[in-house]
Ligand binder design. Structure first.
Ligand SMILES: NC(=O)c1ccc[n+]([C@@H]2O[C@H](COP(=O)([O-])OP(=O)(O)OC[C@H]3O[C@@H](n4cnc5c(N)ncnc54)[C@H](O)[C@@H]3O)[C@@H](O)[C@H]2O)c1
Ligand SMILES: *[C@@H]1O[C@H](CO)[C@@H](O)[C@H](O)[C@H]1NC(C)=O
Ligand SMILES: *[C@@H]1O[C@H](CO)[C@@H](O)[C@H](O)[C@H]1NC(C)=O
Length: 437
């Protein structure tokens, strides 16, 4: 999926035809007909520029993928009408409700968490930059869904400190549910800067604004099971080492955990990190295997199934979205208040990390078999060696800590969860919408 997208993105930057100076034929020709050649050269350059501009225009690529370009984008925010929408979305409507800023609200997990919080009467304001790492129209569809339940998503970047300060000026959020991030393991080799931008710089910016806010909110944020990296001892426990990440994505999540420790220690911010294990379900992410396997099986395209050395199985602890949402809400509800004020620590504050998995790893080949049964189509399987570019062989969560502290108890098995995903997929991509990618 991301491969295909990057292909499209390469079109504007490789207009080979127009790089005349690379052709020996043109060079000779230039020497003999210099003035006419200059005129022709500049005409071609001009034409080239127009074509480059055309390919890069917003209609073919709504948001530039390069993060430095993305951060140059100006978002429309501010003004009385905007503030009114922000306030109304964040207004608490139940007794003992909380008001939550949800970053990454147009994302897969963010949409589900926002909708569930809103349904129980909490105030919810979303924030998302709608980047095009995967099909932004899916993010827009999620936004429309949230809009209907009264959740407003502010369009902006978590690395924009003026915007974040403004949000905290307008609303005294009690909690932040931080889900915005550059996700994906293999994409880090294509666009490493996007991971630094969102998962490091963006996270630090968010924490800077939270520590200065009065009152300081309690923060729950998404780390990842990928921090266990190359560990072989299973199941993965929170106390295990996390110092051998296998991808830049994992390294930025690990860095996030250390950064969280610092802000907790210096400023008294209450911080809870949740290590999600392969989350799937309706409204899911098109860059994840269960999603693009479904798409490719339906298209009759062959799918690549990875196998580790010596025919070792590649397995994942797939976790259904509703279970993850319950874990997120339980983390918010058990979060203690931050202790600082005015950027100063007043006393020790809560610092937690939890695994949120399902404790039953499933081989990827079994995932495919379940999909075949649900879709009533046989997959064309292409067994391949697991490349050493980020993916780990096996994940398996020990969830006893989350069970004890959060009452976390996952209840949806892969068969049941995939059935719900497939039902959603078929209805979403029928009715005029084409499969993503
Ligand atoms: N889905 C999983 O299996 C899984 C597993 C482990 C961890 N996580 C983590 O959980 C969180 C949510 O994941 P998801 O699956 O919903 O991913 P997602 O990509 O669907 O959602 C992330 C959202 O954040 C937004 N975003 C990214 N960078 C931003 C920025 N700089 N400013 C504002 N918005 C930005 C994106 O537009 C997107 O809508 C992420 O932090 C991810 O790393 C997910
Ligand atoms: C984040 O924002 C700051 C300024 O607010 C800027 O200096 C920095 O370059 C940005 N970082 C990234 C990686 O985009
Ligand atoms: C799971 O983690 C708990 C601590 O949270 C530990 O006591 C227990 O032994 C672990 N279980 C396994 C099977 O590793």
């Amino acid at each position: 999926m991301s491969k295909q997208m990057s292909h499209l993105d390469n079109i504007p930057s490789t207009p080979g035809k127009f790089k005349m100076d690379k052709s020996p034929y043109i060079h000779n020709w230039l020497r003999w007909h210099s003035s006419l050649a200059k005129l022709t050269f500049w005409s071609f350059m001009f034409l080239g520029l127009i074509l480059i501009f055309f390919f890069r225009s917003p209609s073919s690529n709504p948001l530039p993928q390069d993060p430095s370009r993305r951060s140059l984008r100006t978002y429309n925010w501010g003004g009385p009408a905007w503030e009114k929408r922000v306030r109304s979305s964040a207004r608490i409507r139940s007794r003992n409700g909380i008001s939550v800023l949800v970053t990454g609200a147009a994302g897969f997990v963010g949409t589900h968490v926002s909708a569930t919080l809103k349904r129980r009467g909490d105030g919810v304001l979303g924030l998302d930059n709608f980047n095009d790492y995967y099909d932004p129209s899916l993010k827009r569809a999620r936004q429309a869904l949230l809009e209907r339940s009264g959740v407003f998503i502010v369009e902006g970047d978590i690395n924009d400190s003026a915007l974040l300060r403004k949000l905290f000026e307008v609303v005294a959020f009690t909690h932040v549910m931080h889900l915005a991030a550059q996700a994906g393991v293999r994409y880090a080799m294509e666009n490493p800067g996007s991971y630094v931008h969102s998962n490091i710089a963006g996270f630090v910016n968010l924490l800077e604004v939270c520590k200065s806010a009065n009152p300081q909110p309690a923060i729950v944020w998404a780390s990842s099971s990928s921090v266990y990296g190359l560990n072989t001892k299973v199941p993965f426990s929170e106390r295990d080492r996390t110092d051998q990440p296998a991808s830049l994505y994992a390294a930025t999540k690990k860095a996030g955990e250390e950064i969280a420790h610092t802000y907790n220690h210096i400023y008294g911010l209450s911080l809870t990190g949740l290590r999600f294990f392969t989350v799937y379900g309706p409204w899911g992410r098109p860059d994840m295997a269960y999603f693009f396997f479904t798409r490719d099986i339906l298209k009759g395209k062959s799918i690549s199934i990875f196998e580790a050395a010596n025919q070792g199985t590649v397995a994942r602890d797939f976790t259904y979205i509703d279970d993850i949402v319950k874990g997120c809400l339980a983390a918010l509800d058990t979060a203690e208040k931050s202790t600082g004020s005015g950027g100063k620590k007043k006393g020790p504050a809560q610092l937690r990390v939890f695994n949120l998995g399902s404790t039953s790893p499933v081989p990827v080949s079994d995932l495919v078999s379940i999909l075949e049964r649900l879709l009533k189509v046989n997959a064309k399987r292409n067994i391949m060696k697991l490349p050493r570019n980020g993916d780990v062989r096996f994940t398996h969560a020990n969830i006893s800590l989350a069970q004890r502290e959060l009452g976390y108890k996952p209840s949806t098995d892969l068969q049941t969860g995939l059935k719900k995903f497939v039902r959603w997929y078929l209805s979403y991509y029928s009715g005029g919408k084409k499969a993503a990618g």
